[in-house]
Design a protein around this ligand. Structure first.
Ligand code: ATP
Length: 389
């Protein structure tokens, strides 16, 4: 029964069961990319596993600080009365075979949605693929969205930053296609397609419209990679014409990196190919407080996955009770919003805001002396206070 809900890629679904506002009165519809995307953005319940009023979500604790962070998320959800159960899958990043990864993928396909810690890539063997990359490719999580916003309680060089980074998540340099063509000569294939470039560009402009953003900046290196980045840039420019209300410009990646640290306020929405997205995501997270603050959302047409924005493992600080849990807590708020549990999301979000910006319970990465558990306790106290009957 559940499996049949997810099997065909383009689905014929009874409209009224999904979302009458989206589909009108007609009975059966073949989903367009835009409609499927609306679904993947959490507009409807169809792709989420819900039993007896509770949601089932896949949890991949990952390595390093991941398991600790997930423990805190579970505790806050439990004490805050959040109707979410987790199906935990522990990925073993030491083994070559991918049975374990298959288990995780099956779980996410069944539940439709996951929360994830970063999985370490321990092997340098070219045969060993990053588990993080396999998951994104297999689930076709084509977009990664980061909202980097200054927090008034965190001391940073620039104030009032509010930038959204929209990153193509499945192609480019992450095709995992590398070979040694002859001894000492390695070729690494960067794949850029019109289809995926169009998809990510549309997503970025749709996002800008929906979220009242004014400008989209495509980032590239088309002066050097004339074909690959040229295709990305030209496709973004073409799609931009369908969105006359949104200003469109472009910037070369090296200049954009410099501008982002020297004058970040000029940016609104950044539209990024995969590797440049990875780099600028980290810079942008750094601008608003580092790896422990910002969350990241990954969407495909069928599944959603929530994690920390800069995807750190934090192996060196694991088990020391000093990691900043805010990024993962923010990921859990994103998850609740996706599930439509807006009341719970707001309570936890407000508790995080108060902890960071009003009570200023800061871990060492923010210049504070608080332990991870101090932050969690503060958040919990506020959540319990708000949810007490
Ligand atoms: P590590 O140095 O932790 O073994 P690494 O070099 O792979 O791992 P990342 O995991 O990418 O580094 O993390 C980058 C830096 O950010 C590290 O110094 C790490 O300790 C720090 N960091 C990552 N996550 C957090 C967090 N939640 N709170 C505080 N610091 C963090």
């Amino acid at each position: 029964m559940l499996a049949s809900r997810f099997s065909p890629r383009r689905l014929m679904i009874k409209s009224k069961e999904i979302c009458p506002a989206l589909f009108g009165d007609r009975k059966f519809y073949k989903l367009s990319v835009g409609q499927a995307r609306a679904i993947s953005m959490g507009n409807v319940d169809q792709f989420k596993a819900k039993y007896g009023g509770r949601f089932m979500v896949t949890m991949l604790p990952g390595d390093g600080i991941g398991p600790e962070m997930m423990g805190h998320v579970k505790e806050i959800f439990r004490l805050g009365g959040v109707p979410v159960d987790f199906e935990e899958v522990h990925l073993d990043s030491t083994v070559q075979n991918i049975d374990n990864v298959d288990e995780a993928i099956t779980s996410i396909k069944r539940n439709g949605v996951a929360i994830k810690g970063n999985i370490e890539t321990r092997s340098n063997s070219p045969l060993f693929k990053s588990r993080n990359v396999i998951l994104r490719l297999e689930l076709d999580l084509f977009v990664n969205v980061l909202h980097c916003k200054s927090q008034p309680g965190i001391r940073t060089r620039h104030k009032n930053i509010d930038i959204v980074l929209i990153r193509q998540n499945t192609e480019g340099e992450y095709s995992c296609l590398e070979h040694e063509s002859s001894k000492g000569i390695v070729e690494s294939i960067k794949v850029v397609t019109r289809e995926k470039s169009e998809q990510i560009a549309r997503f970025a402009f749709d996002y800008a419209i929906r979220n009242n953003r004014k400008k989209v900046t495509a980032v590239h290196k088309a002066n050097i990679m004339k074909l690959a980045d040229g295709l990305f840039l030209n496709t973004c420019a073409e799609i931009s014409k369908e969105y006359p209300r949104i200003e469109f410009d472009n910037m070369i990646i090296d200049n954009c990196s410099m501008q982002l640290v020297s004058n970040p306020h000029q940016f609104d929405v950044l539209l990024l190919p995969n590797l440049y997205g990875n780099i600028l995501n980290n810079i942008a997270c750094g601008l608003v407080g580092g790896p422990g603050i910002t969350s990241g959302k990954n969407f495909g047409q069928e599944y959603a996955l929530f994690e920390t924005g800069s995807r750190n493992t934090g192996k060196g600080i694991a088990g020391k009770n000093i990691a900043n849990p805010v990024a993962m807590l923010n990921a859990s708020v994103d998850l609740l919003e996706f599930l439509g549990l807006f009341k719970h999301a707001k309570i936890i979000n407000d508790a995080i805001y108060q902890t960071v910006n009003v009570d200023k319970v800061h871990t060492p990465d923010l210049g504070g002396t608080a332990k991870t558990t101090d932050v969690i306790q503060n958040v919990l106290d506020i959540v319990l206070d708000k949810t007490r009957v």
